[in-house]
Design a protein around this ligand. Structure first.
Ligand code: COS
Length: 389
């Protein structure tokens, strides 16, 4: 049984404790029946519909466009991700991508765009995706090449590629970051909403990974879209991407925390019952050291994640450094915690289908997506150095 004492920390209010209880109930009773790991597409469709039906996706957008609050409540997003990830990484994924995929609209869209694109996301009736990475530009966003060129006064034409796009193949709409050329590098990008049925848009390839999720490479060829689908001003794409990631990066840390907590709980149960040398595993001091290391990693991650979320919820304009610290700490720590759990389980830890084995495959991508660990370090260092300059 998970230790919930962290909910008494001053970062949380009653609404968060109530939310955690509600999500934990949903995760335990509804999520398992929706997931078939051999069918990630079908699982995600079922999960999104159920998350919508139970009102949880109302946290993924803002009010009055189907959301509950006028601004994202980052602590709620983190608690939901942590609690869903504790049950199953795919449930967390299905929830997370709804908010990330429409994050640019929520943060920078016009009234009309929000009315058009957000309510169906909150109801779980449409699936969204965030298309930033390219084969030649993942960490270095300012280098992306997918181009949007004007076509008359009212349209642009997209040409290029995106890859590793979560929900690629099942999303109804994609926020696509393109080079529009107002200036070189980061200042010459813009964000556009592309509906999945737009001529010229194709799913070039479905990508399989060690932990199956809907992922794809996308191509755009003479893909004509209305200029009214541009989110924010021309040239603001980089800022829009970064501001969206500022919010969602701490939630990646929260997902890692949920995976780590599950591994920790599984390990605690195992070492307390597994017979070894006339006692149980937990009697060995070496194992006690491992348990202590896991507990330290879990609590340090939780403090970092909820510090970042709380800071944003207090009204901070940017939490770039806090979010990078949260993502880095929690994803790296979760990798260690899960690896230790696998080790403590011995052969059972690497047996296909066991929880430690699932967690081991699930955690790896979190140290890469939404900014790899090395990028988070660059962000942390730069923010400290620029504050000194
Ligand atoms: N919010 C608002 N504006 C931001 C911002 C943020 N979080 N981060 C940067 N900006 C602004 C900067 O202030 C700067 O504007 P000014 O020149 O007016 O000051 C501009 O954007 C360019 O910033 P910077 O010079 O830092 O850009 P870089 O190209 O050097 O950025 C990193 C480098 C590595 C930080 C960036 O590309 C990044 O975060 N990469 C990882 C992306 C990622 O997560 N990829 C995974 C795909 S998404 S699943």
């Amino acid at each position: 049984m998970a230790d919930k004492s962290f909910l008494a920390w001053p970062f949380f209010e009653k609404q968060h404790r109530d939310l955690e209880r509600e999500v934990a109930g949903f995760a335990k009773t509804i999520v398992p029946g929706l997931i078939d790991h051999h069918d990630p597409d079908g699982s995600c469709r079922r999960l999104v519909a159920a998350l919508g039906k139970h009102g949880l996706l109302r946290h993924s957008v803002t009010s009055p466009y189907g959301g509950l609050t006028q601004k994202f409540d980052v602590r709620s997003l983190c608690l939901i991700r942590e609690t869903l990830a504790y049950e199953d990484g795919l449930a967390d994924f299905a929830f997370a991508m709804q908010g990330l995929g429409t994050g640019p609209v929520t943060l920078f869209g016009t009234e009309e765009q929000k009315r058009k694109w957000l309510p169906s996301i909150a109801e779980g009736k449409a699936i969204s995706a965030f298309a930033l990475s390219e084969p030649e530009a993942g960490s270095d966003v300012a280098a992306l090449a997918c181009a949007a060129k004007p076509d008359g006064n009212d349209h642009v034409v997209l040409d290029g590629e995106k890859t590793w796009i979560s929900n690629g193949g099942i999303a109804d709409r994609y926020v696509v970051f393109c080079r529009t050329g107002e200036a070189p590098g980061a200042k010459g990008l813009s964000a556009f909403m592309v509906e999945a049925d737009t001529p010229g848009f194709t799913i070039a390839e479905r990508l399989e990974s060690i932990s199956p999720h809907p992922l794809a490479r996308l191509t755009f060829k003479d893909c004509r879209i209305p200029i009214g689908n541009r989110i924010g001003k021309g040239g603001e794409g980089f800022k829009i991407a970064m501001a969206t990631l500022d919010i969602f990066r701490s939630t990646v840390g929260a997902a890692a925390l949920g995976l780590a907590r599950r591994a920790f709980d599984e390990a605690l149960g195992h070492v307390s019952s597994r017979r070894m040398m006339g006692g149980v595993l937990a009697d060995l001091q070496m194992v006690q050291g491992q348990i202590a290391d896991m507990a330290l990693d879990v609590d340090a991650s939780a403090l970092m994640v909820y510090r970042a979320a709380w800071t944003k919820d207090q009204g901070a304009d940017r939490i770039t450094r806090e979010a990078a610290m949260a993502k880095y700490t929690a994803t790296e720590a979760a990798q260690r915690v899960i690896d230790t759990a696998v080790q403590l389980f011995g052969g059972q830890g690497v047996r296909s289908g066991t929880k430690p084995e699932q967690l081991y495959r699930e955690i790896r991508a979190l140290r890469i997506y939404e900014g790899a660990s090395a990028v988070q370090k660059v962000i942390i260092a730069r923010s400290l150095l620029s504050a000194k300059a």
